[in-house]
Design a protein around this ligand. Structure first.
Ligand code: UD1
Length: 425
């Protein structure tokens, strides 16, 4: 008889009081983009401050499948990209993570051909890749989608610089086009580009390898193509979403914690919202943030997610957890993804009072949450449920932990370091 595989459950003991300092890891979304960008280098490169995550592991496996030789030790990875031997990414890996699609730009630019299955990832909306494809086509690529695979090629051998206007400032499309343009012939201008810090990090990484990229972090990015990129070593920026999640952990448990390293400017919208709610947030040093929760009730607020520097969609679920126990009514409008309120039902299982209409959630603060068995529906939803569990009365049992493991580096260890009680069974 085959033994049934038991699903892991995270038990979170509520009414936690946290104290101390939590170390922040390298940014997941930067690390994934940089690993894709490494394919542009004809010499290979080293990436430091890499977070230990399932998504990073999968990206590593994808690179290996393309012929890249990988040496990894703790937070450091060396990618020898001299012997790139395949332009075809395996479906089993790509289907699990949307960021894996980002290899299409570098592969096309370096090898003149790429075959990438349509991506998977969190079920938070349709998440098409039309903007990536339109941008590559504007640069002279021929793209055909058949049987779930995007086949792209450069009939002229090399992509051509072009003016690309993005209908929406998509992070992924900006990164794809920026990477493709580094080795293209001539100048590419991306208008209405995403301004996220991870886009800037990718641009800085590519520049370390010899790319000519100007204006990353603004709405217009100019890339002057070069024949090839050399090697180099680069350090990933701190994860602003992980940092933000711990800031809310401090607030929701009325605790006093510090966190770092962070780049406070990357957290501007969240810091402003937390202060409006009544959380005391202090920039203690240029890289350390101090969060002090308060005993009395927090104030309800209105929040709308939008591209950077707006309030990040990746912090929406976690903020909602905090608002469930804040006074009065709060309103959250999710504008980036069309289906990113699935955590509402789970928070309601824990006693929250939330109604939704389309992409709007109206949260009426309750006295306190109560621990319950809940299911993670996506990556950031899983973090929101951990936060709610820390604040609730009694114990919460969280299932669907593969979501959590995709994006949070050693979360249990870090929370335990702050004094929380949680364990995986
Ligand atoms: C990245 C982040 C993700 C974050 C998101 C928005 C990574 C690995 N992931 O995802 O954590 O939540 O930015 O900040 O960096 N869209 C299209 N067509 C496209 C591309 C996107 O319609 O070709 C739409 C998407 O469906 C979505 C919106 O644009 O509604 C934003 O998506 P995008 O900025 O591209 O997010 P990702 O790069 O997938």
């Amino acid at each position: 008889m085959v033994a049934e595989k038991q699903e892991a459950v995270l038990h979170i003991v509520g009414k936690a009081r946290l104290q101390g300092h939590v170390p922040i890891s390298g940014a997941k979304n930067s690390a994934l983009a940089l690993m894709a960008g490494a394919l542009l280098s004809s010499e290979g490169c080293t990436i430091e401050n890499l977070p230990c995550l399932m998504d990073v592991q999968r990206m590593e496996e994808i690179l290996v499948s393309l012929g890249v030789k990988v040496q990894r030790e703790a937070g450091r990875i060396h990618l020898d990209t001299t012997c790139l031997s395949s332009a075809q990414a395996p479906y089993e890996l790509v289907s699990q993570m949307r960021a894996s699609f980002f290899i299409i730009g570098p592969l096309l630019s370096r090898l003149g051909i790429a075959q990438i299955p349509l991506p998977g990832g969190c079920a938070i909306g349709a998440r098409p890749v039309d903007l990536h494809v339109k941008g590559l086509q504007a640069m002279g690529a021929e793209v055909e989608i058949s049987h779930g695979i995007v086949h792209a090629s450069c009939p002229g051998g090399r992509l051509q610089g072009a003016k690309v206007y993005l209908d929406y400032p998509s992070v992924g499309a900006t990164e794809t086009i920026m990477m493709a343009a580094t080795l293209a012939e001539g100048e590419t201008v991306i208008q209405n580009a995403a301004q996220e810090p991870e886009v800037v990090d990718l641009a800085n990484f590519c520049r370390t390898l010899g790319a000519k990229i100007y204006g990353a972090g603004s709405k217009t990015i100019v890339i002057v193509g070069v024949p090839q990129l050399h090697g180099g070593t680069y350090r990933v920026i701190p994860d602003r979403i992980e940092a933000g999640t711990y800031m809310i952990a401090g607030a929701i448990t009325c605790s006093d914690i510090t966190l770092g390293p962070v780049i406070p400017e990357h957290l501007g919208a969240l810091i402003a919202k937390l202060r409006e709610i009544g959380v005391q947030v202090t920039i203690e040093t240029p890289t350390v943030i101090h969060v002090q929760g308060r005993e009395g009730k927090y104030r309800g607020v209105e929040v709308e997610t939008s591209p950077f520097p707006g309030f990040p969609t990746d912090m929406q679920a976690q903020l909602m957890a905090l608002l469930t126990i804040s006074e009065g009514n709060s309103v959250i409008t999710e504008t980036v993804f069309e289906n990113r309120l699935q955590h509402v039902a789970e928070l309601c299982r824990m006693g929250a009072n939330i109604r939704t209409k389309g992409n709007v959630a109206i949260i009426t603060g309750v006295e306190s949450l109560s621990g319950a068995p809940v299911m993670a529906t996506d990556l950031r939803a899983s973090a929101a449920l951990v936060l709610a569990g820390l604040a609730a009365e009694g114990e919460t049992q969280l299932r669907g932990l593969h979501h959590l493991d995709r994006g949070y580096d050693r979360i249990e260890e870090k929370l335990r370091g702050l004094g929380a009680t949680l364990y995986r069974v």
